[in-house]
Design a protein around this ligand. Structure first.
Ligand SMILES: NC(=O)c1ccc[n+]([C@@H]2O[C@H](COP(=O)([O-])OP(=O)(O)OC[C@H]3O[C@@H](n4cnc5c(N)ncnc54)[C@H](O)[C@@H]3O)[C@@H](O)[C@H]2O)c1
Length: 461
């Protein structure tokens, strides 16, 4: 039996450790965090994050071999393997502000591990970090004169929120990067051994440390690039008679391109894509590769353009003004099946609509509390309404911001009847039946498709 510790009980630490505990009943898994309220929530039935299937797994393992605790120092002392899954936000000050990763949480954690260890340990980098961070951490940890040795392993997490449990249970691959030293040949198998309890060996890849760190940044950059690419085409489709869904289908059937991540939308969000690409951009600048930096930066620029374009389209459709008009935004989470609102396009749309003096109503089944926190002072100017029908009542427009399945199944005749006319619907996720909405009487604007409106005879403009 090993004592596995995870520092950081967030969207990654909580679910990954729950899945490890479930699949490794012979190991004791403890998750610690500085946030006491979060740990209390992990120890309750009201978990701090919404993730399908998570509560069942926590129920099965909690108290058996899965524990959530605030006692960081004691648990460090007792651990054999320590996963570090603390947040690594973009730095907002000093050199690299706005692009580089803020590594202060990681460095504090490394020092805390050092202070509280009386035996050698394996430290696993689960957070997404810039290339060569593991090396720096190894230097800090091995700066002791107590004869302790630390191996730092990179094991980036590829789970996606909303499907975290499925992704962890059946990963495309598990990546483990280590130094090619003698001691690391001991450390690597130990980390791989944990996953081998449920992941086929051929899906457990081992690389050198820096390839592993870089692969995580590059994976997110490639995924976001596909979204920005199809969103760029959606702008062109709206100016022509093309339909972006048809274009995506046609190109996605080319096996060299593939069908995934080709859905045009109001834009990507989440805590990772923007920060990881900017991190990559900063690395390229640091290594004096300005052309490479600009290339990747454009993925983020295109996403910002898409969010702004969505609001511009709303304003121009609604007779060039939304001031004083009630606009119901359905969805606050950055994607379906999560309550996470970090970098959510919905919140950017809220900010822009407030700038235009619209009366904004925000609805979501799980994310309203996070949205309120993320909006800060602006939250006082927003109406939060979990019921989509109540949100749409008396609205001039509704806009789909998150692809929650429930939003495709709403009674749009009932919604239309309760709205101010002419009634507008803006589908920021292309999940609705646009022709049916048009026939109910809505003026319909989707992403990358000709609009369907009742202002001119043929229903198109
Ligand atoms: N969210 C995702 O989908 C996802 C996917 C893959 C990788 N990642 C990466 O994983 C890392 C964690 O992301 P997250 O979404 O879980 O973040 P998060 O903010 O949800 O969780 C981080 C947790 O770490 C805790 N923490 C910070 N400093 C601490 C310290 N010194 N001691 C103990 N606890 C501390 C915070 O209180 C917080 O609860 C990031 O580097 C992120 O880029 C995230």
């Amino acid at each position: 039996m090993s004592n596995i510790l995870c520092i950081g009980a967030g969207y990654v630490g909580g679910p990954t450790m729950a899945v490890i505990a479930k699949n490794c009943p012979h190991h004791r898994v403890t998750v610690v965090d500085i946030n006491e309220a979060k740990i209390a929530a992990w120890n309750s039935d009201d978990l701090p994050i919404y993730e399908p299937g998570l509560l069942d797994i926590v129920h099965a393992a909690r108290g058996r071999n899965l524990f959530f605790s605030n006692e960081i120092d004691r648990n460090i002392a007792e651990a054999d393997i320590i996963f570090v899954s603390v947040n690594t936000p973009t730095k907002h000050f000093g050199q690299g502000a706005g692009k580089a990763a803020d590594l202060q949480y990681w460095e504090k954690t490394a020092r805390q591990i050092l202070e509280n260890s009386s035996s050698s340990k394996i430290v696993v980098e689960k957070s997404t970090l810039p290339v060569r961070t593991a090396e720096a951490m190894e230097r800090i940890l091995n700066s002791n004169n107590r004869g302790l040795h630390f191996d730092v392993i990179s094991n980036p997490e590829f789970l996606a929120e909303g499907t975290a449990i499925r992704d962890m249970e059946n990963p495309d691959r598990v990546l483990i990067g280590g130094r090619e030293t003698e001691s690391c040949h001991i450390a690597d198998p130990a980390t791989a051994e944990i996953y081998a309890n449920w992941v086929p060996r051929e899906r457990i890849l081992t690389t050198n440390l820096w390839s592993s760190e870089l692969s995580k940044l590059v994976a997110n950059a490639f995924l976001a690039q596909r979204i920005s690419s199809i969103n760029a085409i959606s702008a062109l489709c709206e100016r022509t008679e093309a339909d972006v869904s048809e274009v995506a289908r046609a190109i996605g059937m080319d096996s060299r391109i593939g069908p995934k991540f080709l859905r045009a939308s109001v834009g990507f969000g989440g805590s990772c894509f923007r920060k990881d690409i900017l991190n990559l951009v900063y690395l390229c600048e640091y290594y004096n590769l300005p052309e490479v930096a600009r290339y990747w930066e454009q993925v983020v620029t295109m996403n910002e353009y898409q969010e702004k374009r969505f609001v511009s389209n709303m304003i121009s459709a609604m007779f060039n003004s939304v001031a004083g008009k009630r606009v119901a935004l359905l969805g606050a989470a950055f994607k379906a099946n999560t309550g996470d609102t970090r970098e959510s396009p919905a919140l950017e749309v809220v900010r822009e609509l407030l700038d235009e003096h619209a009366l904004v109503v925000l609805s979501d089944p799980y994310a309203l509390e996070n949205a309120r926190l993320d909006l800060g002072a602006l939250a006082d100017r927003v109406i939060f309404e979990p019921d989509p029908y109540a949100a749409a009542n008396s609205a001039h427009a509704i806009a789909i911001m998150t692809e929650w399945a429930d939003y495709a199944a709403l009674d749009y005749k009932r919604i239309f009847a309760s709205m101010v006319k002419p009634a507008f619907v803006f589908d920021g996720r292309n999940i609705l039946d646009h022709r049916a909405l048009y026939e109910i009487g809505f003026n319909v604007y989707a992403i990358g498709k000709p609009s369907l409106n009742h202002f001119i005879n043929n229903g198109n403009c």
